[in-house]
Design a protein around this ligand. Structure first.
Ligand SMILES: [Zn+2]
Ligand SMILES: [Zn+2]
Length: 370
């Protein structure tokens, strides 16, 4: 079958190639580590994100043990093609698979179904680290890692993986904050208006917050259109630098940082309001340094009872919550969530999907199953 393959560490090695059909390759491990019969899934579409571009262009990623090549892709949407005996899933049902698998040591979080919080770092990730991804015609997986989706999410289901990451951050922000004191957030700032930023805006508007998005985005961009339709206010980062936003907007109860720029992350921490929470989600793999006003930052965090935390990846609970949020968003703003998917490209033209174009938000590669 056809798959988009790369040799991690070898720039420019991404190509559409042939790999063995997964049916022949037998069994998979379930969440408890038991070898079990797999569900076979026909891939509908797979989103491309910064991580994929890093794997393709910067030598990030790792192939499965004993191999040189890796099937790419982690932001998946598929349809069940075959089920083992006793499965709760039905053939034809839409599903999305989680990405991370537990470490072999089964650290405490991994043993508890929370490999997103793995302590050893020896987890694997489909399409990223040590496991083939979903940019293929079909894949096999344990039912434990497959989340069924209602058919009304068919057009936006490929946004589930980034949605799960956003929803994990927000669930944790609410969970921690409400553990500290009665927290009734009113105002949120989101840094970045890419797919993650816009999904955060959607899910915070669903929670009835006043939402401000600060980003380098034109007023007539696709991101601006989405923001407007959901009642979020987009601020041009050149005219409204994050450092000045606390003064401009008043007390920010929640700040969600998703620009990929560490200097903005530092400013986001400083912009967080009294009794507020700052959720950092940018993976900044570079080595940039910035100067911060440490006395002021520390004093402000102490006197303001501020909380800052980082978040990465997501587990089944967050995927299930994200499916509910996406469902609510689709009902409340018909046609708007789809706008986040700016381009769909067939697998044969995958190179186009790996090339960023003006006004891209989320580019998606479609497979035969679509
Ligand atoms: Zn991604
Ligand atoms: Zn672990």
């Amino acid at each position: 079958m056809k798959a988009i393959i790369t040799t991690p560490g070898q720039k420019g090695s991404v190509h559409l190639g042939e790999v063995g059909h997964p049916s022949g390759s037998g069994q998979v491990q379930d969440a408890a580590g038991k070898v079990t019969d797999p569900v076979e899934v026909e891939v509908v579409e797979v989103g491309v994100c910064g991580t994929d571009l890093e794997i393709a262009n910067e030598g990030y990623g790792a192939p499965p043990a004993g191999r040189e090549v890796l099937v790419m892709g982690h932001e998946n949407l598929g349809r069940v093609a075959a089920v083992p005996k006793g499965s709760q899933l039905e053939v034809g049902q839409l599903v999305v698979a989680t990405v991370r698998r537990p470490c072999p040591e089964r650290c405490a979080p991994c043993a508890n179904g929370q490999s997103d919080d793995c302590l050893t770092g020896n987890y694997t990730e489909r399409g990223i680290k040590g496991r083939d991804g979903y940019m293929a015609e079909r894949y096999l997986e344990s039912e434990d890692y497959l989340i069924p989706l209602p058919s009304r999410l068919a057009k936006v289901g490929v946004l589930m993986e980034p949605s799960s990451i956003v929803e994990k951050g927000l669930m944790q922000a609410y969970g921690i904050q409400r553990h500290r004191f009665p927290w009734e957030p009113k105002k949120a700032l989101i840094c970045g208006a890419g797919a993650i930023g816009l999904l955060a805006a959607l899910f915070l508007r669903l929670r009835d917050l006043d939402v401000y998005l600060v980003a380098k985005a034109d007023a007539d961009s696709r991101s601006a259109k989405v923001a407007k339709e959901i009642g979020a206010q987009l601020l041009d980062a050149d005219q409204h630098p994050v450092a000045g936003l606390a003064k401009e907007l008043g007390n920010l109860d929640l700040v969600f940082e998703a620009t990929g720029v560490s200097a903005v992350a530092m400013a986001a921490i400083a912009a967080t309001g009294h009794d507020g929470v700052c959720c950092l989600s940018s993976v900044t793999a570079g080595a940039r340094t910035v100067t911060v006003d440490a006395d002021a930052l520390n004093l402000d965090m102490v006197l303001g009872n501020k909380l800052v935390f980082g978040t990465v990846n997501a587990n089944r609970t967050h995927f299930e919550a994200a499916a509910r949020m996406l469902g609510s968003a689709v009902r409340r703003w018909p046609g708007v969530v789809e706008e986040i998917i700016s381009r769909r490209v067939p697998a044969e033209s995958f190179q186009d999907a790996f090339q960023r174009q003006a006004d891209d938000i989320k580019t998606v590669i479609t497979f035969a199953g679509g």
